[in-house]
Design a protein around this ligand. Structure first.
Ligand code: OGA
Ligand code: MN
Length: 209
C-alpha cells in the first residue's frame, strides 16, 4: 500500500477512535469514484435496484414511512473492476482498524443506494436489535457536482453536536454502528451512494435469527 493511502487510513482510525466518526475526501481516487457513479447510473437504468426493507429475516418489511431509498447489494464473488477497487481499499482499512483499534472486524457487506428526489431515511442506528454483528458503518458518495442547496445531507447525531455531510462524489464517512443515530434528508436530485458495514462475528444472532 502506498504512503498516501496509509496516511488516509491513519487519519480515519485516529478520528474514529477519538470521536466515533470520521470523514475523508481522498479514500478513493477520483477516476475510481467516477467509475462507480457511472455503474450506479447504469444499474438503475437496467432496473436492478429494489425498495429497501427495514430489519431482517421475518422482521424485514418495506416501510416507506421510515425509508424510501432503493438498494442493490454487491456480491463479493462477482465484483466489477470498479467495485474491486473500492472493496480492496475497504479491505486494507478493515485490516488497519483491526490492527490499530482491535475491533475484530471479520467481514464487510455493502449496497448501492439510490434516493430519488424527495426520498429520505428517518433517524435510526444501524445495529439491528436482533444482532450485534454490525460494528462500523460507512458511506461513499457518488454524486458529481452536488451543491448544499441540493439537500440530501447525512445528519449524524453525536453526543455534543450534529454534523451534516453532503453526498458529494468522493466523500467517505465512517462511524460506529451501535451508538450514532443518523438520518438522510430529502434531496431534490438523484442521490447515489455505496453504503457498507464492517461486521464482527456474532455471539447472539445464531440464536435469534
Ligand atoms: C443506511 C444509511 C446513509 C446514507 O443505509 O443505513 O444510513 O447517507 N445511509 O446513504
Ligand atoms: Mn444507517
Amino acid at each position: 500500500m502506498s504512503q498516501r493511502y496509509s496516511n488516509i487510513h491513519s487519519d480515519i482510525w485516529d478520528a474514529l477512535a477519538e470521536q466515533g466518526w470520521a470523514i475523508s475526501h481522498e479514500f478513493l481516487p477520483v477516476d475510481a469514484v467516477e467509475a462507480l457513479a457511472e455503474e450506479a447510473r447504469q444499474l438503475l437504468l437496467a432496473g436492478k435496484f429494489s425498495s429497501a426493507g427495514i430489519g431482517r429475516g421475518a422482521q424485514r418489511q418495506i416501510r416507506a414511512e421510515a425509508r424510501s431509498d432503493q438498494i442493490l447489494w454487491l456480491d463479493e464473488n462477482e465484483l466489477t473492476p470498479a467495485q474491486s477497487r473500492y472493496w480492496s481499499e475497504i479491505e486494507s482499512l478493515r485490516i488497519a482498524l483491526n490492527r490499530e483499534l482491535f475491533l475484530g472486524l471479520a467481514s464487510f457487506e455493502s449496497h448501492f443506494a439510490f434516493y430519488p428526489p424527495g426520498a429520505f431515511y428517518q433517524k435510526h442506528v444501524d445495529r439491528f436489535s436482533s444482532s450485534d454483528e454490525r460494528a462500523i458503518s460507512c458511506s461513499l458518495y457518488l454524486n458529481l457536482d452536488w451543491k448544499e442547496e441540493d439537500g440530501g445531507q447525512l445528519r449524524l447525531y453525536l453526543d455534543d453536536q450534529m454534523v451534516e455531510v453532503f453526498p458529494q462524489a468522493g466523500t467517505f464517512v465512517i462511524f460506529r454502528s451501535d451508538n450514532v443515530p443518523h438520518e438522510v434528508a430529502p434531496a431534490n436530485k438523484y442521490r447515489f451512494s455505496l453504503t457498507g458495514w464492517f461486521r464482527r462475528r456474532s455471539i447472539n444472532s445464531t440464536f435469534n435469527d
